[in-house]
Design a protein. Structure first.
Length: 429
């Protein structure tokens, strides 16, 4: 099991280019199920979750062509023949986005058998919102032995009102509705950029979707979709992680290939904290050379402060003057990184969904372990400013969503390397 070794103290200087958004690429890949023609996706990040999705689609009979050389971030998916309408537990146990194939499978083939999602332990992501929505479209669903099985001869448009804002639920039902007969109106939809990006791809494929990026979407069903070419949007969470890294290390970091409008909530908070930055085109320059003060945050659905940036902001909060109150409103179990930061010297108290971070504390290198994707990013950020060496275990979590993070950080001055097993495994008698 790989580990990261990081020696802190170096300011980050230079340019980091942001990869394509994993959370936009995964539903886009699932959308290829909806057509017999090839779907060409560009700016695909090379991360573990993407590879899992590729293997999942291939297991169903899809033809998956990977780009090489200069085209290494392109993939071509063709679901001309779907031999199996099943997403097995063995393939999806490490990835919560597995439910994204439920809607397109039942819309295209009339049947879908999908394992209940796995991933990281940051709290419940209820599947019942997917189920209720598909039932509104005419599917019958049963749950058995850890699998969901959905069947429908013909999906029919209907009115769907989400009880709670859900990104994957919005995406899943959007993909089902595009092939449903008649019109579907979805209310209380997620407004994340990744949802709008999926809608843009589906419209290129011949769908008729209005209102993407707002809380209400109207979908007029079509009989058939065709192939398309689409470029995935930049990863706003990766960008936010490196923006915070630049501020935290007192560096001068240019974060390129970003969509600044996706960073509004973060940049507003960083401006209050005292971080100097300059936005120009698709770049954000972060200059961490001034005094920083504590500013509270409260996570919200987009366009509010992203829950996926909460852990990274907590690492920053350990190094500012004053006390920061962090309120987590999206997931009920998303402070596991706090205990690891405390091992490094942070002063953090947890009270339910609130964390109180007392800065400014000196961090020191320690052996820590990642509990989920974004928690691992916060430990990397803390290690960049800690005295001495930090060893981060279970970095497979970070590999799920960050493309070559150690190479990107080394390129701007971080002392960081990946190591494998410290000692060879003992062979049993």
């Amino acid at each position: 099991m790989d580990k990261f070794v990081i020696r802190g103290g170096n300011p980050l200087l230079g340019t980091i280019r942001i990869s394509g958004a994993k959370n936009a690429a995964l539903p886009a890949m699932a959308a290829a199920i909806l057509t017999e023609e090839p779907v060409i996706l560009e700016n695909i990040p090379q991360v573990r979750d993407i590879e899992t999705e590729r293997r999942l689609l291939a297991s169903m009979g899809a033809e998956v062509e990977l780009g090489y050389g200069r085209a290494q971030h392109r993939t071509i998916l063709c679901c001309r023949k779907l031999e199996r309408s099943e997403a097995s537990y063995d393939l999806v146990k490490t990835m919560r986005a597995s439910t994204l194939v439920l809607g397109p499978l039942v819309a295209r083939t009339g049947i879908a058998r999908v394992s209940m999602p796995g991933g990281c332990a940051i709290g419940a992501r209820p599947i019942d919102l997917h189920i209720k929505g598909l039932e509104r479209l005419g599917a019958s669903i049963k749950q058995d032995h850890g699998y969901l099985e959905a069947r429908a001869e013909h999906l029919k448009g209907n009115r769907i009102v989400f009880d709670k804002i859900t990104v994957t639920g919005t995406e899943d039902l959007l993909m089902a509705a595009v092939l449903a007969e008649g019109e579907t109106v979805m209310e209380n939809c997620a407004r994340e950029p990744e949802v709008a990006d999926l809608a843009a791809l589906l419209n290129k494929m011949g769908a008729r979707i209005e209102g993407a990026g707002t809380s209400t979407m109207r979908i007029k069903g079509v009989e058939k979709l065709h192939g398309a070419r689409h470029r995935i949007i930049p990863d706003r969470i990766e960008a936010a992680t490196f923006i915070i890294a630049g501020a935290l290390t007192g560096g001068d970091l240019l974060v390129s290939n970003v969509e600044p409008s996706h960073q509004t909530a973060l940049l507003n908070k960083l401006e209050q904290v005292g971080v100097k930055f300059h936005v120009s085109g698709d770049t954000i320059r972060v200059m961490g050379d001034g005094p920083l003060k504590a500013v509270d945050i409260s996570t919200e659905e987009y366009p509010g402060f992203a829950t996926d940036v909460q852990a990274q902001y907590m690492a920053l909060a350990t190094q500012v003057e004053g006390t920061t109150l962090i309120t987590e409103n999206i997931f009920e179990n998303r402070f596991m990184h706090a205990l690891e930061l405390v091992r490094m010297g942070a002063n953090i108290k947890i009270d339910g969904r609130r964390a109180v971070v007392h800065g400014r504390t000196a961090l020191s290198g320690a052996a820590v372990q990642a509990s989920d994707l974004r928690a691992s990013a916060s430990l990397v950020l803390a290690a960049l400013v800690a005295e001495g060496e930090t060893i981060i275990d279970r970095v497979y979590h970070i590999d799920r969503g960050y493309e070559h993070i150690e190479e990107k950080l080394r390129g701007v001055g971080a002392q960081m390397k990946r190591i494998g097993e410290m000692l060879p495994r003992r062979v049993g008698a």
